[in-house]
Each structure stands twice: as structure tokens, then as C-alpha cells.
Design a protein around this ligand. Sequence first.
Ligand code: CA
Ligand code: CA
Ligand code: CA
Ligand code: CA
Length: 442
Amino acid sequence: MLKFQYKFVLLVFALLFTTTQINAQAVVDPQSLPVYASPTAITLDGQLNESGWAADVPHLMFKKDGVPSGNANTPTAGAEVKPPYTDISTARVKFLRVGFNLYIGIDSDDKQVCRFDWEGDGMFMKIKNASGANEYEIKNYVGLVSGVPAFVFETNAPAGVCDGVGFAKTGTTIYDSSNNDNGYSLETIIRLDQLGFTDPLAQITLMINIFDPDNYSLNAPPWGPNGNFYKQWWGSEWGGTYRTLQLNATTVPVELTSFSAIPTNGGVQLKWSTASESNNSGFEVQRSIDNSNFVSLSFVNGRGTTTETTEYAFLDKNEISGVYYYRLKQVDFDGRFEYSNTVEVDIQAPVEFNLSQNYPNPFNPSTTISFGLPVASQVQIVVFDLLGREVSTIVNETFARGTHQVVFNASKLASGTYVYQITSLDAKGNKQSIAKLMSLLK
Ligand SMILES: [Ca+2]
Ligand SMILES: [Ca+2]
Ligand SMILES: [Ca+2]
Ligand SMILES: [Ca+2]
């Protein structure tokens, strides 16, 4: 075999790396939040095991002095009821929809899950019915069960409207005097059709308050000597001012966290990753030369629904110099799709005359031959058999500066090893030749 001499210099003029986030808000006191359809059913056990809960969608972050960032929005206001409250715990409130059922999930890393004299850690909220004429209290919190502090659910809504379950995470002991709990989680279901809603994509009016008493210990109520107490609300503390949820038909979108394209030997290497996926059939990789008309190159299968980070790669075997634009068309199983941002790549002309190994090789009956020209040249590519007899001329014409590809069809030749030789002649009369072997295997 002839030695593979591949020298190809590709430079990146523009490499864009951006982060696409779903409807990133990162604001204090959003007036409304979107609610996406859950990709799976939800078991009301207080545990946020369902994949929909893990997706980083716009949500509320209850945290004293918290700063909004990414999709975490801070609520309306808070009050330190019994200082000094030095806690740094965070409770994230997310929403999901399954049909007419609205689910509220709360994930807290509270270090002291407890109760003071009449109520404890958890969620206190009110929701209006469809007409707005009635509102109901919903409480999912640490109360008393047979005289022992534990998660309880209370409501003044008619039977069947709502339910809730609290869950003490492993390592959490409710109502002891230590400060080493792993927090708690809550799941609440509100059946919107039972509140008179006839459209599952309705706008819902509600307020939510998260209570966090800390350091209250058994046998020391009321207002235990070491206890402190903080509360924070979205809307107002207990009704009067409200916020809204906008229910959506779609599931939690696929969250693309990076997308890059880099010229390499052999083509343009595209890489992207997702932080979560829901109902994701996959990605159509698209390329354009004018950033307007895109053609599809390939389809890369997605992972369906996952909350794990997933890395993807695709090699566009394109070495022809020029500026290219790439984008991803993310397609759901039901056909819905969304485009990524566009990345731009500049494949520069080679600095010296070169010929690459044909691809594929061995081949039958067609193969592609790439070559690079530092200046415009007359190019002849001729195929010889191993006895030196010329069997075919692939091209004999002028090519511009840059990298080019030609396809050789050997359907009229017998199996065997052949030499292909390229000769270039530029305007100054410089003549150069390179030859390589290729194998036709029929
Ligand atoms: Ca659950
Ligand atoms: Ca706390
Ligand atoms: Ca607490
Ligand atoms: Ca505890």
C-alpha cells in the first residue's frame, strides 16, 4: 500500500457554543409559570420519582435571600417570623399536568423537618375554581397524626377535589432536635375538572406559601426555646393576591445544553448534549450554505424520555472549503419538532496540494475521492491498473482553490487493486502529482 499521506489543515473561524434553555425566566415573582404535561403517570406517594419532576423547567425556588437563576424563579416575598433564621435550605416547587389533573411537587432539602405549636414544614396554598367565585385551602405539611408530628393533608375543598402525600427523605427524622435532616418532598393532586374547569389547558389562579420552622424540638412547644421560623409566598401569604399557572399540551421539552461543530480530519464533528429528554424520537442534523435553506444529513436517534445527561455526536464527512451552518431539528415521537440554534463553521482551503484516501475503500462500485488545492488549478485524475495501463480518467478540468470531492464509478472494471493519480497544474505552471492505491471488490 502507498503510505497514507493525509495533510489537511482546517481552521475554525467561528465556533459557537451556546446554551438553549426552555423559556428561561430567572425572575423574582413571575406572574405566571408554564405547566407541561407529564410524560408518565404520577403515583401520589410524596416521592418525586417520576421523570417529569426531574426536568429543569421554569419553577419556584423558595429560599431565604435566594437569587433567581436559570429556570429557578424566586417567589413574591418572605418573612422571618421568629429570628434568627440562618437556614440555607431550598424548596423547589414544580408543576405537572396529566389530563385534568394538576400535580404540585415540592422538593426540599430542609435540615430540620419539624413542627412548632400548631403547624410545621410544608405547603399552604389556595386555589380558585373555574368561575373564580370560590377558593379552597390546601395544606400538605407536618401536622399531628395521633399526637405525633407527621405529614398530614388537609383541605376545605369538597371530597375528591384534591389529595396530597408528604415524604420524609431517607435520613430525615421528623421533629427531633438535630439539624441534619435530608429534607422532605410533597406531592399534591388537584382535579381541575372537579373545580369546574372544562379545558385541560386552562389558566389556574392560586397562591402558594412554604413554611419552614427549624429547631423546634419535642417537649418544648409552644415556640421552643431554640426554634425559628421563616415563611415565603408566591402571590400573598394567605390569599388576596394570586398568581397563575398556564397549562400546556406538550410534555416537558427536550433541553439542549450544548451544540458545537468543529472541522476535523475527515469532516465536521458535531457534538451536542441534553440535560433531559421527554418523548424525544431524535435529531435531524441539518446543514446549510446560506443559513436559510437547510438540507437534512442524517437522523440520530434520541433516548425517548430520560432525566440523565446524554451526549451525542455526528461526523459530517464534508471537507469542501466554505462556510457552513448546522442546526438540529429535534423531533418528538408525535411529530412535533423544535430547531436548535445554528452554529457556523468555516472550512478553510488547504495550505498545500493534497489527495486523500478514497472512501469507502475497498469499494463497489463507487467511491469518493477528495483533494485539496491551495490555488485554482487544472486537475486530472487518472486510474491505472497495476501494470501501469490507463483504465479511466475521472476528471480533467479546472477547479477553484479549496477542497473538492469527485465520485468514481468502477462498474466497468474488474475486481482488483488500482492506482489513482492526481495531477494539478496551476496558472504559474507548477505541476504536482500524488498517487494512491484503491481496491475494487466485487
Ligand atoms: Ca410520586
Ligand atoms: Ca429549614
Ligand atoms: Ca424546617
Ligand atoms: Ca430531624
